[in-house]
Design a protein around this ligand. Structure first.
Ligand code: G3P
Length: 217
């Protein structure tokens, strides 16, 4: 499973990228707002750090506006993925932008039928929002599983990008189901390394090591 980092925080991206943990980046208008940076500047900086796909989201609500914005965003770097919302206009924009040869991420997906439409419109990635479904008491992982089944039934090439990932368990479940990609905030990716038995075991090793009086260096 590929790891995308869901942030426009350049320092966090650079730190995780140096560890080989970043296969791509996803941003959205809320994350750009949180960064306090200009969208074109910060996205260019991110594209200079990460070789994989970097999603930059359009904000127009009509297809023509999304297409124009998408083409402008795509000029930032060759690894830009244009992100459009899963509306009828977003699907129109997806068809045109993917026809131009751009990678397209169709976002704000909350149903299997929406995912089916995005695949037919030529999306490179579909972004089902797991955490936001969990928020309304619908199991977001069921949607990931349904999309996996449908895409496999018909050999769609659109990659399932499990988004709105909030917990380490979301990551495990998405990997078990076979999501192609998951995108999570940096803190969730860091938490994947945590285990209390690792901490406990390390503590015991350090205590025993101190008793030996030895040094390696
Ligand atoms: O990947 C989409 C993500 O940014 C939304 O996450 O936690 O706001 O639902 P969240």
């Amino acid at each position: 499973m590929k790891f995308f980092v869901d942030t426009a925080d350049v320092e966090a991206i650079a730190e995780l990228n140096a560890l080989g943990m970043v296969d791509g980046v996803t941003t959205n208008p809320s994350l750009i707002m949180k960064s306090g940076r200009d969208i074109l500047e910060v996205t260019k900086e991110i594209c200079g750090i990460v070789a994989g796909p970097v999603s930059a989201e359009t904000v127009a609500l009509d297809a023509d506006g999304m297409i124009a914005e998408g083409r402008k965003l795509a000029e930032i770097a060759p690894n830009i993925t244009v992100k459009v919302p899963l509306t009828w206009d977003g699907l129109k924009a997806c068809k045109v932008l993917s026809g131009d040869g751009h990678m397209v991420n169709v976002t704000l997906c909350f149903s299997a039928n929406q995912a089916l439409l995005a695949a037919k419109a030529g999306a490179t990635f579909i972004s089902p929002f797991v955490g936001r479904l969990d928020d309304i008491n619908i199991d977001g992982m069921d949607l990931i599983g349904d999309i996996r089944t449908i895409y496999d039934n018909y050999d769609f090439n659109t990659q399932i990008l499990a988004a709105s990932i909030r917990t380490v368990n979301h990551v495990t479940q998405a990997a078990l189901i076979g999501a192609d990609v998951m995108t999570a905030p940096p803190e969730v990716i860091r938490k994947l390394a945590d285990h209390p038995l690792t901490d406990k075991g390390l503590d015991a090793f350090m205590k025993d090591w101190a008793k030996t009086g030895q040094k390696i260096l």
